[in-house]
Design a protein around this ligand. Structure first.
Ligand SMILES: Nc1ncnc2c1ncn2[C@@H]1O[C@H](COP(=O)(O)OP(=O)(O)OP(=O)(O)O)[C@@H](O)[C@H]1O
Ligand SMILES: [Mg+2]
Length: 334
């Protein structure tokens, strides 16, 4: 005897072709009507071409017929925009007024920390002219999709990722666009990508306080920001501008992260503060939010970024960042 629960359980095993997420996780299942031996399923056809739709249909028939041979199945596809389907609980921006301080690194480590806790996580790389997320995760597949929507690419551990670099013919191709075009791309990454059901979407913001980060802060329903800085005079001065920008736009600052805080030399058993004394307390006060981590300069981390294996990173620093993060991040079940 088929029940709604059994049907959903079976649909959880029907994967969207091209990515390893189910049609349930991608929120494509719109309606289930079961009456006696008749079952009508309504699915959204968003981002699915004809082959993908047929494949899904066949898989559904195969799995449900196994549960109940007598069931008569009808599958109807309806058109929906990704924006109507996406159910993203929290959108967290990672920002810094300054370039090269480690925003993309902190975005990646945050995603890894949340993913390891079992949350469904995505990364929207809003850095259109300097995207670095795909490189850190070692990705080079093009996103699939149709006129109706784009599918994110999944990392080795299932983090959904969208970045302009994934659309380019080669990763060293340049995107030479003016502000409005960049803003449009960020908006499209939010509105036209089928993110499905996500606990957290992390937004890697480009440096500065101009057009692109501004658009992202205005267009996306950001409910928390993490500020990244390094312990240099010039950096803290500029990063304080990003803090002001977030505050002026009523974005809650969840915490601050000091990157390249020190270098640990095991032979000397000594921490060397290459860029000067920690500015953690100063930035924490300026942002009115806790210092979540002091990330050292770690050659192992740099190597994993370059090799595209950031998901293999593990360290005491990541563990303590993770627990500090869980004290402030919205929407956790703890
Ligand atoms: N703590 C660290 N230890 C070792 N390498 C690091 C560390 N932080 C950053 N890096 C390296 O420095 C480079 C710059 O970091 P990242 O790309 O995260 O900076 P960003 O702020 O996002 O830069 P941009 O402003 O260009 O977007 C990366 O290649 C990364 O591998
Ligand atoms: Mg970056």
């Amino acid at each position: 005897m088929l029940t709604r629960e059994k049907i959903i359980e079976a649909l959880n095993d029907v994967l969207v072709p091209g990515i390893t997420n189910s049609i349930v996780r991608m929120n494509l299942v719109q309606d289930i009507v079961l009456a006696d031996t008749k079952l009508k399923l309504t699915l959204a056809s968003t981002a699915l071409n004809e082959d993908a739709r047929n494949w899904i249909k066949e898989k559904i028939f195969e799995l449900l017929k196994k549960l109940d041979k007598a069931v008569e199945i009808e599958v109807e596809f309806i058109e929906k925009r990704p924006l109507e389907l996406n159910s993203v609980k929290n959108v967290i921006a990672i920002m810094s007024g300054k370039g090269g301080v480690g925003k993309s690194l902190v975005t990646s480590l945050t995603a890894i920390a949340l993913c390891r806790q079992g949350y469904d996580v995505g990364i929207l790389d809003a850095d259109i002219t300097g995207p670095s997320i795909p490189k850190m995760f070692g990705m080079n597949t093009h996103p699939q999709g149709t006129e109706s929507g784009i599918l994110p690419v999944l990392s080795a551990n299932g983090i959904e990722i969208i970045s302009i670099n994934l659309f380019l013919p080669s990763e060293d191709e340049a995107v030479i666009w003016r502000g409005p075009m960049i803003g449009k791309a960020i908006t499209q990454f939010w509105e036209d990508v089928l993110w499905g059901k996500l606990d957290y979407l992390l937004v890697d913001l480009p440096p500065g306080t101009a057009d692109a980060p501004l658009t992202a802060l205005q267009v996306l329903p950001i409910n928390g920001a993490i500020i990244v800085f390094t312990p240099q005079d010039l950096t803290t001065m500029i990063v304080k501008k990003a803090v002001k920008m977030a505050q002026q736009m009523d974005k809650t600052i969840l915490g601050v992260v000091e990157n390249m805080s020190y270098l640990y030399v095991p032979e000397l058993q000594k921490k060397i503060e290459i860029f000067g004394k920690s500015r953690g307390d100063e930035m924490s006060r300026a942002a009115g939010a806790p210092l979540l981590a002091k990330i050292p300069i770690d050659p192992k981390l740099a190597l994993l970024c370059d090799e595209g294996h950031i998901e293999r990173y593990d360290s005491e620093v990541l563990t303590s960042f993770s627990s500090a993060l869980f004290k402030v991040i919205p929407g956790k079940n703890a």
